[in-house]
Design a protein around this ligand. Structure first.
Ligand code: GLA
Length: 727
């Protein structure tokens, strides 16, 4: 049996900072400073008889589990009726975990209201845009804006804080669970009332709202606030700005709810950090997490692999964006899966090596905790076919052996804890307003997928072996050499000015079709597309020319013939400093510019603004990006032989850099010329004989011989830190 890695939480600064801990600088994530990587899972002991708990903690210790998230769905057990409370079982398991050196990220238990509450108050149930009620029987059956739900839930939060605020196992509060997963889009009367209040706050006067929403169109002008509704099922296309504002409001409503729980916890237990688990993954788009991060003491994320050709790219993209949301401080991987999930059409088991590779890819992008849903696979309920750390098969299983092995690897990686993502020279900008707005209805095409476009650019970076940070729009871009902002649809004046300053400061901006087209109210910038970015790009487009399914246009770029789909445009070059990098060869735009770049000289610096007017997809973007990066002087840090097969992600603590090399293939890959101490993985050859297979080394072997990456394997190498350019 192994001893769990000791896990130290730094308490929040302030009057209640306990003696012996260090007050740290402010920032959304600075409260968390562990002494090793954490390892664990959601733990649902209330699904099991008492005798199982002893086996749980024995096996947790064997696996090296250091932290569990407890009581997430336990409201009905803790408060079985409105006036009865049962904490005894929770007291017992908290004590048992503590006695075994396992810390607790304790849920406020508010995620799923008990049947007595929804029976007494069915008016807390959410409603869809078509007016259907989401009934109890699953989970998260509550309106984010319901005052009744809020008063019951906040009372529970108080009871939890009161009872467990001083418990020695408690290391963090876990507010609710995946806020908005099933209930972000609530169109109920409570939502309508709260939406009106939110709009009053935003616009102050009805005239301002009428202007912003363009209500002169289709006789929509409002003469009283009470007339305003959520964008419920309507006879035709609902007002687009109403839709956009409702998305903003719905995200904000949950954020306000998060803030309400957090306020109680901070008042009652000011030295315990507060988090909640985000869902930065796939098409989960209702919550503007870049804004939410400010509510937390450290960012947590849940991620599940989505099958398909970009599964691993998407995992890396999401982890990378989570780091961007956490402002590149360490974050907490609160949930992912050891193997299959239960909620996809076909739930594929992970192949050998994938369990560790997926987890370590998150660590590579800044996760200091590796946690799963869930510890013990359920025997009953909707998630009984969802994998856990301890499967139905029990401890005598490959899966549990892999879990134990990963626990050992995480202990070897303890020096990585607390280090930050090292800035790359390139970044991809990710913008919630553009995501929400570019995919609204009544547009030139309904085929556009914002996140997919961003992911395709990221895939191209991975294929070229060039690191790129994925960052929210508000991030200071000044330190980057290249910034790619795909489908940056919403460009208010201040964002246009920031991008212009970036380019005038010598930065290289790349943007695409359907960018710069509207302002913050979803009103078109006039005078020609790409609207707000027209002057910066030095081009003008009079009319969009989207393509039908099955249509494509050939573009010649750098001697290659590429296929553009989805979108084309008649691009007019209007600035003499614009160079045409790619030409349409077929279709309506044949003979016109498809990819352009304007050079912008300012003082000593020469920046540029490039435009890609069609969709090339993840493979077609590779030569496009290669050309743009090459001209900007941004190169891969990986040996040429392994680019595309291996992802490099780098963390740094200022003294050391930690290179994570992720084998993206199912075969062994040898990586030459990576100097440094091997913390995970192994070398093949001693220093000076790189490329010659030799005796396998062991973790911790210094030198610069060939690194062997096992199939789907990850190596981690510690090297003296290279200077970090200012971000
Ligand atoms: C989410 C939830 C968990 C569980 C998993 C299953 O992450 O937070 O409770 O339902 O999904 O993948």
């Amino acid at each position: 049996m192994s001893t769990p890695t000791p896990f130290r939480w730094l308490r929040r600064p302030g009057p209640h900072t306990p003696p012996g801990t260090t007050a740290v600088a402010v920032g959304a994530t600075d409260a968390y400073a562990p002494s090793g990587l954490s390892y664990g899972a959601d733990y649902n002991p209330d699904q099991w008889p008492r005798e199982v708990w002893d086996e749980d903690v024995r096996l947790m210790r064997e696996a090296g589990v250091t932290v569990v998230s407890l009581a997430i769905f336990s409201w009905a057990r803790i408060q079985p009726t409105e006036h009865t409370w049962d904490f005894a079982w929770l007291d017992e398991i908290m004590d048992l975990l503590h006695a075994n050196g396992i810390t607790v990220d304790l849920a406020t238990a508010t995620a799923s209201p008990p049947p007595w509450l929804t029976t007494k108050h069915p008016e807390i149930l959410p409603q869809t845009r078509t007016g259907e009620t989401l009934w109890p029987g699953a989970r998260q059956q509550w309106r984010p804006t319901s005052p009744i739900f809020r008063s019951h839930a906040l009372h529970l939060v108080e009871r939890m804080a009161e009872r467990y605020g001083d418990h020695p196992a408690l290391v963090a509060w876990h507010v609710s669970n995946e806020l908005g997963c099933h209930n972000v889009d609530d169109f109920s009367d409570d939502a309508a009332a709260a939406f009106r209040a939110w709009l009053r706050e935003r616009y102050t006067t009805l005239d301002a709202l009428n202007d912003a929403w363009g209500t002169a169109f289709w006789s929509q002008r409002y003469s009283a606030w009470e007339q305003i509704l959520p964008p419920r099922l309507a006879a035709s296309h609902p007002n687009p700005t109403q839709q956009l504002d409702f998305k903003r409001f719905s995200s904000d409503a949950l954020r306000q709810y998060l803030r309400a729980e957090a306020a109680i916890l901070r008042r009652m237990t000011p030295d315990v950090p507060v988090t909640t688990n985000f869902m930065v993954m796939g098409e989960t788009k209702g919550m503007d997490y870049a804004a939410w991060a400010d509510e937390l003491d450290f960012v947590s994320n849940d991620h599940y692999v989505l099958p398909g050709p970009q599964a691993l790219d998407e995992l890396s993209f999401s982890a990378n964006l989570t780091g961007g949301i956490a402002r590149h401080k360490p974050w907490f991987l609160m949930e992912h899966s050891t193997s299959a999930v239960n909620w996809q059409p076909v739930n594929v088991a992970k192949k050998p090596g994938e369990l560790a590779r997926d987890s370590l890819t998150h660590v590579a992008h800044g996760a200091d905790a590796v946690c799963y849903f869930q510890w013990r696979q359920s025997a009953a309920g909707a998630e009984k076919y969802h994998s856990g750390m301890l499967p139905h098969a029990g401890e005598r299983s490959r899966l549990f052996r892999d879990v134990v092995a990963l626990g050992g690897t995480l202990r070897d990686l303890a020096p990585v804890a607390g280090s930050e993502q090292k800035p790359a020279r390139a970044a991809i900008v990710f913008d919630w307003d553009s995501w929400w707005t570019s995919e609204l209805d009544s547009h030139p095409t309904d085929r556009l997928r914002y996140r997919q476009e961003a992911l395709d650019w990221y895939s191209a970076f991975l294929a070229l072996g060039v690191r790129a940070d994925v960052v929210p729009t508000a991030t200071d871009l000044a330190g980057y050499d290249v910034v790619v902002a795909p489908v940056l649809h919403v460009v208010p004046t201040d964002l246009r000015d920031r991008l212009t300053a970036f380019v005038e400061g010598g930065g290289h901006l790349v943007t695409t079709y359907f960018s710069g087209v509207v302002d913050q109210d979803d009103h078109a910038w006039l005078g020609g597309y790409p609207g707000a970015l027209r002057d910066l790009l030095g081009i003008r487009v009079e009319e969009f020319a989207p393509l039908l399914d099955g249509e494509s246009a050939t573009v010649e770029l750098a001697g290659e013939q590429l296929e553009g789909t989805l979108w084309t445009e008649p691009v007019d070059v209007v600035d003499p400093d614009v160079e045409v990098l790619g030409w349409y060869k077929t279709g309506e735009q044949a003979g016109r510019a498809a990819v352009t770049r304007r050079t912008v000289r300012s003082g000593d610096s020469a920046g540029s603004a490039a435009y890609v007017s069609t969709r090339f997809g993840r493979l077609g973007l590779v030569p496009v990006l290669a050309r743009l990066l090459d001209d900007a002087g941004v190169r891969s840090e990986l040996p040429a032989a392994v680019r595309g097969d291996v992802e490099l992600a780098v963390r740094t603590d200022g003294t050391d850099d930690f290179w994570f090399l992720v084998n993206r293939t199912a075969r062994p890959v040898e990586v030459p010329d990576v100097a440094g101490d091997v913390l995970a993985g192994r070398r093949l050859a001693p220093s000076g004989t790189a490329g010659t297979p030799g005796t396998p080394g062991t973790p911790g072997t210094p030198g610069d011989g060939v690194l062997l990456l096992e199939p789907r394997g990850v190596a981690v190498v510690r090297r003296p830190a290279e200077p970090t350019p200012p971000r």
